[in-house]
Design a protein around this ligand. Structure first.
Ligand SMILES: Nc1ncnc2c1ncn2[C@@H]1O[C@H](COP(=O)(O)OP(=O)(O)O)[C@@H](O)[C@H]1O
Ligand SMILES: N[C@@H](CCC(=O)OP(=O)(O)O)C(=O)O
Length: 378
């Protein structure tokens, strides 16, 4: 077995019918395949979308409501339906499942991140299939993960999965958005490097229930491969597609869907957490010497190389580190923005005299820093 722990993400478009009501045949088939995989010795974790779609079907919405409270009401109704159906089918096939609803802040907070890990591991040890979704009923646009593609990739990193399968309503990544492209489409079977060209192929969602389309699947692939996890996007619509995709991946073949291959230089778990789960709270601009020390020599950031601070942040926050106009790293600061403003350009020996106390010589230690870094805004 090349893979042991597999996260499977399934989209709303696969789980629901055109009128947004749940597609029981598809859910039954997915549950059966997941239990088959578990019985073969794999550990499986399901990230399932579909709560809002199921709630829309139940409450009679013809289109996705734009008002957030209405979406949340749909999610509250739909999530119950969804987990009820999963529970029914899993039990029919002799397996147990558990519901875990996560928010972005659960993954940002280091303690809650580690607690989620402990719960998931315990469930796997107890032979339970975790079924994860975003806790849509309590998050608003500003603070939500927003799409289950990247949520699944973050969960795959959290749980140290070996493989992430993303089941959608398309066979994989095409050279152009099938909704818009004229002419013949080409399925990209294997991606070793997520280049700008690959990113440019990905467009928005295809169905009225989907979120993010191919663009968020590519974002997810970036998280997965940099966490050392292979990711396959494949069709969730065809018979036994999950089993077929895993068989293909086990054989190192690339004839179904799109496989994104894990990068050999994966980030450590701590660096994955800070890079893919934390939001940058400010900016530190550094000089040429500091930029070279960070990027070329893997050094920590000392006060001497700092030129300017932007934003107001606390000690322990994540900040983006810039040289000229380019983000060169992201890291967790040992001092707050006002303090860094006071010690910028100084030698570390002078910190205590200026601030009246001393914490660390480094403003950002290299163990708390990712060079380059996911560009998730400041
Ligand atoms: N280059 C592309 N290749 C394949 N699908 C694409 C591409 N660009 C955009 N899409 C759209 O992405 C959709 C899948 O994403 P989405 O609608 O969010 O579904 P899901 O519910 O499975 O997450 C496809 O139906 C397709 O219309
Ligand atoms: N959390 C939402 C799904 C969000 C989402 O990413 O949807 P999709 O693009 O269908 O995977 C729900 O359960 O309705």
């Amino acid at each position: 077995m090349k893979y042991k722990r597999i996260v499977v993400k399934v989209g709303s478009s696969t789980l629901s019918n055109k009128n947004a009501k749940l597609n029981f045949t598809k859910i039954d088939s997915l549950a059966r395949q997941l239990v088959d995989l578990k019985n073969k010795g794999y550990e499986v974790i399901l990230v399932s979308s579909g709560a809002i779609a199921a709630g829309m079907g139940e409450l009679g919405y013809q289109t996705k409501p734009t008002a957030i409270p209405e979406q949340q009401a749909c999610a509250a109704v739909g999530q119950g339906l969804l987990i009820g159906i999963y529970n029914k089918f899993f039990r029919e096939y002799g397996a147990k499942c558990a519901q875990i609803l996560l928010t972005s802040s659960d993954l940002e907070n280091r303690n809650r991140y580690l607690n989620s890990f402990n719960t998931l591991i315990t469930l796997l040890e107890k032979d339970v299939i975790p079924v994860i979704n975003e806790n849509d009923t309590i998050v608003t646009n500003e603070i939500k993960v927003g799409d289950n593609d990247t949520l699944a990739a973050r969960v795959a990193g959290l749980i140290e999965a070996d493989l992430l399968i993303n089941l959608s309503d398309v066979k994989g990544l095409y050279n152009a958005n099938p909704e818009k492209a004229a002419g013949e489409l080409k399925l990209i079977n294997k991606v070793t490097d997520i280049t700008d060209e690959i990113e440019a192929m990905a467009g928005g969602k295809g169905s009225f229930v989907g979120t993010g389309g191919m663009a968020t699947k590519i974002e997810a692939a970036k998280i997965a491969v940099n966490s050392g996890i292979d990711m396959v996007i494949g069709s969730g619509k065809e018979k036994n597609s999950l089993l077929k995709l895993i068989k293909m991946a086990e054989r190192n073949e690339f004839n179904l869907g799109t496989t994104f291959l894990a990068q050999p230089d994966r980030l450590s778990k701590r660096k994955q957490w800070l890079n893919f789960n934390l939001h940058s709270q400010g900016k530190i601009l550094v000089d040429h010497g500091a930029a070279a020390a960070l990027v070329c020599r893997g050094k920590s950031l000392l006060p001497g190389g700092i030129k300017e601070i932007k934003g107001k942040f606390k000690s322990g926050d994540l900040v983006s580190i810039y040289h000229l106009k380019e983000q060169i790293a992201k890291g967790i600061v040992n001092y707050n923005s006002a303090e860094i403003d006071q010690i910028k350009g100084l030698h570390s020996d002078e910190i205590e005299t200026v601030l009246g106390y001393f914490n660390k010589s480094e403003v950002v230690h290299r163990d708390n820093m990712v060079v380059g870094g996911d560009k998730n805004e400041y």
